[in-house]
Ligand binder design. Structure first.
Ligand code: SF4
Length: 102
């Protein structure tokens, strides 16, 4: 799925922002699935436990789902390292130095 560029100056697929679920903590309660407006999460089913099904649909810098998880199973990237990564990707994009995906 191709997503349009955004204010970060990089294709969304290259921006490493989104949730991670700790399977050891997740109890498949479903709050994240029900409360995420961007359908980032998929509930437990025949396919297995609750999972992050659409990572790049997460609104960049949003971490609201951390608070809704009753088991502390959801985490997001550290903001400082995230910004460092994005600025490095931008530099590489601007300089055309090799492919930004490598
Ligand atoms: S809210 Fe937390 S415990 Fe519930 S399904 Fe989502 S990640 Fe798992």
């Amino acid at each position: 799925m191709t997503t349009p560029d955004n204010t970060w100056g990089l294709p969304r697929e290259l921006i490493p922002w989104g949730p991670t679920i700790d399977p050891a903590r997740c109890r498949d309660t479903g709050e994240c699935v029900r409360l995420c407006p961007n359908n980032v999460f998929e509930d437990s089913s025949a396919n297995g436990p609750t999972r992050v099904a659409h990572f790049h649909q997460c609104t960049i810098m949003c971490s609201n789902r951390v608070a809704v998880c009753p088991n502390g199973a959801i985490s997001f990237p550290d903001q400082d390292s995230f910004h460092a990564t994005v600025s490095e990707l931008r530099k590489r994009t601007r300089s055309g130095a090799g492919s930004v995906t490598s």
